[in-house]
Design a protein around this ligand. Structure first.
Ligand code: URA
Length: 462
């Protein structure tokens, strides 16, 4: 028996339920022990390391049914976890798979992760850019889900590009090129994938301890020297509340410190789509344009803010000037070409965007009144991409990489009747017309301009 039975009398306010009655004979030992843990968390008590390790390892071994883990996740959603519990959860999830050993790579190993947004293609620019500065970037990324896009889907819109390298090939490429961009293999924190799918369908994604443990269980398995986190805040982010965003930032910094990894958090605004394009192949095109020195101001501001922090962590001098130099000399672009070649992608896309699967038909959404863009429901913009087919609601959904949006007007911009707000790329006319109608409601236009908010809200270092 790993855990002692809870001999305390139930609290007066605790609801009496079957967990306090005689267990059924056919219930397994794991089911009963897990019930004790769920009840403890439901009642707002702290779990110890042993309990957390036990539940994660048994769930990973399929010894615990989804309905029990779902109940546990909901208990955590409402009762939270303290820093010890969250650290134990992260560690248990990380240890469900392999932890890389990159000690024979001499370069500083630093990665970046974003909590997800709309139009966020920063990783495509930043990974080769940092590798061109001498940093090793072992980037293991995720797929898009709901309104947020994912680096893997963007990369896979490049014909032939393989994101499913095994860990051996991943490490070989890191040694050779200093950067590789792959998906979460079954070997890295596999239990997170299972838990994340359950969180998605049980509305328990937006929980600070669950988000922190989930992200860090994968990132800290990369054997990093440092990690720069882009925590998004605003209508297109997981977090719409600034206080909660900061709490997530502090939680992630404290957990990483305990694991001996330096973390810097940059909180960035996600009330506007980032850059000019949203949609997988369109964003690859925009990332290449940015590496050719033609990136939009907001996209480059976020890229440089994160890159500057990565340089600091690696103790490489030069700051933003160095990053700009690596772009103007095409050094970062060359590395991206090498990544595409090494991972079997079509390297001819760099000079011929027609090789990317971009929809041939476009539809414009026009302003009907004059004024200034007061707000954009950025969450809805992401969901309209899902409606077009360019995003997914469930992990197993297939996506259409060709569709997306070109954003012409953002918050604070002046508009006149007939001005184009958004151009829709889509080869399915009925979906395109539906999205065209709905996109109009996403924009709020008022007579007076509102003051522009800072894109980089705050930088918090460990
Ligand atoms: N990304 C993750 O990997 N996990 C979360 O919980 C949220 C975003």
């Amino acid at each position: 028996m790993i855990f002692k039975k809870n001999k305390k009398k139930p609290r007066k306010d605790a609801t009496r339920d079957s967990s306090q009655s005689t267990p059924k004979k056919n219930a397994t030992r794991e089911t009963l022990q897990f019930k004790i843990i769920i009840r403890k968390k439901r009642n707002g008590k702290k779990l110890n390391e042993q309990e957390i390790k036990y539940l994660i390892s048994e769930y990973a071994k399929f010894n615990i049914p989804d309905y029990q883990l779902a109940a546990f996740l909901m208990a955590v959603y409402f009762q939270g976890m303290d820093i010890n519990e969250t650290t134990d959860l992260m560690q248990a999830m990380m240890c469900s798979g392999k932890v890389l050993n990159l000690s024979n790579i001499r370069k500083p190993k630093i990665d970046k992760h974003s909590t997800g947004g709309v139009g966020d293609k920063v990783s495509l620019i930043l990974a080769p850019l940092m590798a061109s500065c001498g940093i090793c970037v072992p980037m293991i990324s995720g797929r898009g889900l709901g309104h947020t896009g994912g680096t893997l889907d963007k990369l896979e819109s490049i014909p032939g590009f393989r994101t499913n390298l095994n860990l051996k090939s991943f490490i070989l490429q890191l040694k050779r090129l200093g950067v590789a961009m792959i998906g979460q293999t079954g070997e890295i924190a596999p239990v997170d994938k299972k838990i994340y799918a359950l969180r998605d369908v049980t509305a328990t994604v937006a929980s600070i301890p669950l988000i922190a443990a989930s992200i860090l269980s994968k990132k800290l398995a990369e054997d990093l020297d440092g990690l720069v986190l882009d925590i998004k805040f605003g209508s297109g982010a997981f977090m719409t509340d600034y206080k909660k965003t900061k709490k997530l930032a502090r939680t992630m910094i404290r957990i990483s410190e305990r694991a001996g990894v330096k973390v810097t958090v940059v909180i960035t605004d996600m009330n506007n789509p980032l850059g000019k394009y949203i949609g997988n192949s369109l964003e690859v095109m925009e990332a290449i344009e940015s590496l050719k020195g033609r990136g939009s101001k907001d996209l480059m501001e976020v890229t440089f803010a994160l890159g500057k922090e990565m340089l600091k962590m690696a103790k490489i001098k030069g700051g933003i000037q160095l990053l700009k130099k690596k772009i103007s000399s095409n050094a970062a672009l060359d590395i991206f070409k090498q990544i595409v070649c090494a991972q079997d992608g079509d390297a001819l896309i760099f000079n011929d965007y027609t090789r990317l699967p971009v929809a041939r038909h476009t539809y414009r959404v026009l302003a009907t009144k004059s004024g200034y863009v007061h707000s954009i429901d950025n969450f809805q913009v992401g969901m309209l991409l899902v409606k077009l087919g360019g995003g997914r609601m469930q992990m197993e959904d297939r996506i259409d990489p060709s569709c997306g949006f070109q954003i012409y007007k953002k918050i604070g911009d002046r508009v006149k009747p007939g001005n184009c707000l958004v151009k829709i790329y889509c080869d399915n006319p009925s979906k395109a017309r539906l999205v065209q109608r709905e996109m109009r409601n996403v924009y709020v236009i008022r007579r007076k301009p509102q003051s522009r908010k800072k894109l980089i809200r705050e930088t918090i270092r460990s």
